[in-house]
Structure formats: C-alpha cells, structure tokens
Design a protein around this ligand. Structure first.
Ligand code: KIV
Ligand code: ZN
Length: 516
C-alpha cells in the first residue's frame, strides 16, 4: 500500500443539514437533524454545516445542540455579511469542540447590482468586516464568494486576498448556480491560488450545484485545481437540482485513485445507511439509478451481464456493493423468526435502535409477517425508516375501510388517532385514493394542495408492500411524506398524514415563536 500524504487529504464538508435542508420539502425535525449529524460524525465527515442560525429559533437550537454533542467533526453555522447573523452563528456554535463560522457574500456583478444593490467597493469593505467580526467569535472562519464562478477574476482575487488578510482560514468559491464546467472550474482555482499572494494561508473549498448535472465532475476538477475541502450533501439534495453528492465524490476518489490521487476520511461502508437515513427523514425517495446508493446501482438485469458476473464480478462491477454498505437482497424471515434474528438482521442492515424502538419495530415486523409470506431486506428497511421519520407525529392511521370498484362513488371509512384520541369519518371521492384523502381532510381540515402522489412496489410480487410518496403545498412551502404498507390505500393514507404532520409541526413552531 502506498503511503497517503496529508497534502492529498480532502476534507469533507457536509451541508445536508443546511443547503440540503433548503430543498423544497426537505425540512427535518430537530430529532431527525440530530440523528443525521450523529451519523455524519460516525462516518468520518470532517465538517458538518448544521444550519443557518439566524434563519429561525429552530435552526439556532438545532445548530447549538449539534455543536454540543458532536465529538469529532467541526460544526459550522452559516451567516450572511450582517453583524446580527454572525453573532447568532457564533453563539450557536460556541459549545462545539471545533466551532466554525461560515460567512458569505455575493461577488458577481449580477448579484451585487440586483440582489445586494451595492458597489464592488462596498462589497469589499463588507468582506473585511464580516470576516473580522467572525474572527472575534472563533478562530476557524470560512468565507464564501457567493456566485463565485460568475465573478470577475480581478475582483474575486481582491476579495479572497482581503478575506484571508482579515483572518479567513477557508476560502470557498461556490458554483452557486451550477453554471461552471470542469476545465473552467479547475482553472479558476489554479488562477486564484496563483494570483492571490497570501493564498497559501487558507484551505480552498469547492461547493457545486447540479443545475447542468456537472456538480460532482466540477467538484473533482476543483480538487485538481488545488481545493482541499469539498462541500456536498447526502443523496445530492439541495437547492433546485441539488448539490454535489457526498457518496459520489467519496467513491470517485476511492475507485479512481489511480487518476485522482486524493483521499478522504469517510468510512465508505456507511454510505448506504447514511443515504437511507436522509431519504427517510426528508421523505425524498432516492432515484433508482442514482450512482452508488440507488436501488439499481448494483443490479444486473441483462443475461450477458449476469453471465459475466457469475464468471467474475469484476466484469461489470467497478466497486463491490459491500464497499458502500449494500447488502445483497435476500429472503430474510417470516412469521416464525424470533427477536434475536430480527435484531441481528437490523444490525446487518446498519440500524442501531434503542430497546424501545427495537420492540416497536419487532411488533410491526410480526404484524407485517402475518400479512405477507416472504419478508425481504427492503421490507424491513421500509418499516424502520417509516417509523424513524414519523416518530413524533400527532396523527396516525388507526383503521381504514374502503369500498371501491365499479360503483359510482368510492367510499372510505377512516379512523385516525389524533393526539391519542380516535376520530372516525366516512367520505366519498372520485376513486378510492380521493375518498381516503377526503376523509383525512374531513378529520384534519387544512388548506394544503396535493402536488404529487406516487406509488411504487418495495419488492416484487403481488403481495409486495406499496411505498407511497406525497407532496403537499401550503403558503409557498412543500411538505413531503412517505408511507408503506401491503395495502396501497393504507400506504397512501400514511404518506398523506406524514406530510400533513410536518405541515402542522411547522405551523405549531411558527405559533410558538410568535408567542415568545
Ligand atoms: O451555493 C452557495 O453559494 C451557497 C453559499 C451560501 C456557500 O450555498
Ligand atoms: Zn449552495
């Protein structure tokens, strides 16, 4: 094995909890954010951007609690170039073992003129003021030139030099709008590092959005240009088309180390587990053909490929499923499987549950096994993920009876458990799903509109569980929910309620903030 040098080490800066959470509908509860942060730390991420503390009291609380509990990683809070933002971020990260303030300002002509309505000279003064203020709170300050890839080179270099002089230890040049291409982005880093006299005093960072599908390619090019920190999110979630996907960057550097001689500290065997957790808590399904963590990423369908794989896996596999934590789909258990076997299976799938969570999952597993002959890994994942995502919900399905078929109007009789009390209603609709959703609306009146309704089967077979995704829209915000069950209508009701519970939780948060 060749020795790895620190100069080739790439720091992984995960922004799932900040830029990722900014994706419409990806809102996470405090508990969910803590779970994600703990997993990121265990996985070996170097910096966790935990949120934007000035954005809300909830964000501030999440960043503070994450700062307090994280053992290894640096914890960063984001701040605009405003003193109030920076002070709030400083306050939020102060209990971290390794606190960082990440402060940014736009430097491109279009952003300065229309968004900030400031001259370049005013912006330059703000760069110095923001970094200086952040340094009063912490020694580790990251400065970002928002819309850096559309910034004039001379001005970008002046800002970077000023930021480093004022005390910035990391300089990030984001491709905020996903506009750059690999050669251009690589050259940008080389140019800035060569032209800025004090560039050796800071670590350079890449931050790429995926609007043209080049976020990961640009990230790797940025590393070749001299960046040693990459900003990314699990499953690539983030604003618009998302951010560069952490799992893809980590595996690109690992699998093609012959041409990208860099390394990270991420334990790649945990990638699948991390991806699943983020998908579960955001209710964002992972695209089937997604690189590294998609359900089909290691599936071989064609006869020629299967034949090659049987002879030697290297014929069609450039990395092993185990290297990213994928366990092969297997027939696992049935209704006679015991608690210990179930516990073992969960461990193998990468779940660590508390005793209570385990007991609850086991009861639901037994219930499922009564209704479904063969239970696969995917069934167990759907069952556990759903509970993780909906642990604090106020409303859940108690029972549902639907009359469907060729009759004129379909009818649903639904009983919900709302804050511990059962309430029942009967509703009709144009189809069984419509009748079920009308029943939910009758029991929990709300103004949200249904933006998306999607069903897919968790495994093969007519007794497969249905996994339903629902997206609701209210006041310009989206809320997503997922539900699974062997009965598609029950899964639909669960998914709708999961999204609705998130909407209600947000309304409650806003009310309690207004009352403070
Ligand atoms: O995309 C971007 O420019 C950002 C900054 C705040 C770093 O997310
Ligand atoms: Zn971004």
């Amino acid at each position: 094995m060749t020795a790895v040098s620190e100069k080739d080490r790439v720091l992984i800066f995960d922004t799932t909890l900040r830029d990722g959470e900014q994706s419409p509908g990806a809102t996470m509860t405090l508990d969910e954010k803590l779970q994600v942060a703990d997993l990121l730390d265990e996985m070996g991420v170097d910096i966790i951007e935990a949120g934007f503390p000035i954005a809300s009291n909830g964000d501030f609380e999440a960043v503070s609690l994450i700062a307090e509990r994280i053992k290894n990683a640096t914890v960063a809070g984001l701040a605009r170039a405003a003193m109030g933002d920076i002070d709030r971020a400083g306050e939020a990260v102060k209990k971290a073992r390794r606190p960082r303030i990440h402060t940014f300002i736009s430097t491109s002509p279009v952003h300065m003129k229309y968004k900030l309505q400031k001259t370049p000279e005013q912006v330059l003064d703000m760069v110095i003021a923001q970094v200086t203020r952040a340094r009063n709170h912490v020694a580790d300050v990251e400065w970002s030139a928002e819309d850096g890839t559309r910034t004039e080179h001379d001005f970008l270099c002046r800002c970077v030099e000023a930021a480093i002089k004022a005390g910035a230890t990391t300089i990030n040049i984001p491709d905020t709008v996903g506009y750059s291409a690999p050669d251009e982005y690589r050259a940008l880093f080389r140019m800035v590092r060569e032209r800025v006299p004090n560039s050796d005093k800071a670590i350079f960072s890449v931050h790429c959005h995926n609007d043209l599908g080049m976020a990961v390619a640009n990230t790797v090019a940025g590393i070749e240009g001299g960046a040693r920190q990459v900003e990314c999110t699990l499953n690539g979630i983030g604003e618009r088309a998302g951010n560069a996907a952490l799992e893809e960057i980590v595996m690109a550097l690992k699998v093609r180390n012959d041409i990208f001689p860099f390394h990270t500290n991420v334990k790649s065997e945990m990638l699948m587990r991390a991806s699943r957790l983020v998908s579960a808590v955001t209710s964002f399904p992972v695209q089937y053909n997604k690189a590294i963590v998609g359900r089909n990423a290691f599936a071989h369908e064609s006869g020629i490929h299967q034949d090659g794989m049987l002879k030697n896996a290297q014929t069609y596999e450039i990395m092993t499923p185990e290297s990213v934590g994928v366990s092969k789909t297997s027939l696992v258990m049935g209704k006679h499987s015991g608690r210990n076997a179930f516990k073992d299976k969960l461990k193998g799938l990468g779940y660590t549950l508390s005793d209570n969570q385990l007991e609850d999952a086991f009861v639901r597993f037994k219930d499922l096994a009564d209704r479904k002959k063969h239970i696969y890994d995917e069934d167990i994942e759907a069952l556990v993920d759903e509970k993780l995502a909906n642990a604090r919900d106020r409303m859940s399905v108690h029972s549902l009876l639907v009359v469907a078929g060729t009759i004129k109007e379909q009818m649903a009789t639904l009983t919900l458990d709302i804050d511990g009390a059962h309430r029942t209603v009967q509703s009709t609709g144009n189809g069984p799903v419509d009748a079920t959703f009308n029943a939910i609306k009758a029991l929990a009146p709300h103004e949200a509109t249904l933006e998306l309704y999607q069903v897919h089967a968790v495994t093969a077979g007519t007794d497969a569980q249905a996994e339903v995704s629902v997206r609701l829209q209210a006041d310009g915000r989206t809320f997503t929910g997922k539900g699974s069950d062997p009965d598609t209508l029950v899964a639909s009701a669960k998914a709708y309620l999961s999204a609705l519970n998130k909407l209600l939780a947000r309304e409650e948060r806003l009310h309690s903030q207004a009352a403070e």
